[in-house]
Ligand binder design. Sequence first.
Ligand code: UDP
Ligand code: MG
Length: 322
Amino acid sequence: MNRVILSVVVPVWNEEQNIEPFYEVLEPVVHKETSGAYEIIYVDDGSSDKTAAAINGLIRRNKQVKLLSLSRNFGKEIAMAAGIAQASGKAVMTIDGDGQHPPKCIPEFVAAWKQGAQVVVGVRVTNHSEGFIKKYGSKLFYSLFNGLSGVSMVPGSSDFRLIDREVQQEFVKLHEPQTITRGLIDWLGFKRVYIKYAAEKRVAGDAGYKVRKLMRLAVNSFVSLSPKPLYAFGYLGLIITLVSFVLGSAVIVEQLLLGDPWQWEFTGTAMLSILVLFLVGLILVAQGVLALYVSYIHTQAKDRPLYVINRRESVGLPTDNS
Ligand code: UDP
Ligand code: MG
C-alpha cells in the first residue's frame, strides 16, 4: 500500500531560521500538487543549532512531515542519499532547505514526471548570490567533468530534481561513499527532462559549502567517475621521453660520434639535463602504466552494476514494480 505520491527530501544543516519560512512556502505547493498525498522528509545533517527542534515543531502540526536525524554532519550529498533511501513516494524530489530552490517550480517537475520523465533535473539559470570563484569554478567544473567522465552533465544542473521510484530503487543499490548524488543519478541514465529555474537568494544564514568544501566535492566526483586524470600524466611522460630521446640521440651522434661538425657545442650541463629529462619521462610513463592497473581496481571497487534496466520501457519481461 503506497499512498504517498511525492516524497520531498530536504537536507538541512544549521538552518533553524529557514525551517519555518521555507515550510510555509513548500507545504501549500506540494499539498495542492498531490491532493495531500505527500511526505516531507527533513534530513538533519548533524545540525548544532535548533534545526531539529524547529522541524519537530512542524511535525506536531503535520504528521506528513518526517525527520531523519543523522548522528553528525556527513555533508549534503550523503544527507540527500539518506533521505532518498527513506522516501516512500512514487516520485522523490530533492530540494535545498534554504529557499534557493523555489518550491513554486515543483508543479513543473511533477508535470514532466507525469508525462513520462523518470529524472527531472532543475537547471539553474541565474544566481544572484554567487561569488566570482563559485560561478567560474562551476563552469570549469562542468566542462572538465563532461570531458573526463563520459557522462554528460548539463551546466547548471543542480540537486533540485525529481526522480521516479524506479530510479530511486536503483539508486539505493549503489554504495559509493565518496561521490556526488547527482553524478550517480546521471550515471544511472533513464528518461530525463531539464527544467530551468532561477535560483533565489538564501533566506537566512550562510552557505554551508565553502570554496574548500566545493573543491573537495569536485575532486571526489572526478575520482569517482573517471581514471582519466591518471592517464594524463602517462601521456605527458610519453611526450617528454620521446622529445628528450630524440634530442639526446641527436647530441650523441652529432657531438660525441661525429665531433661536432655543425658546432652545436652542447655543454656537459645541457647533456645532463637532457638525460634527467629522459629519466623523468620514463618515471611518468611507468606511473601511467601503474594508472592502468589502479583504474582496473578502481572500477572493480566501485562495484557498480553492469547495466541498469528501465522496467517501464521494457516489454514482455517480468516486472517487479514494488
Ligand atoms: N546542507 C547539508 N549538509 C551540509 C551542508 C549543507 O545538509 O553539510 C544543506 C543546507 O542546509 C541546505 C542545502 O544543503 O539546505 C544546500 O546547502 P548550501 O545552501 O550551504 O549550499 P549551496 O546553496 O551553496 O549549494
Ligand atoms: Mg544554498
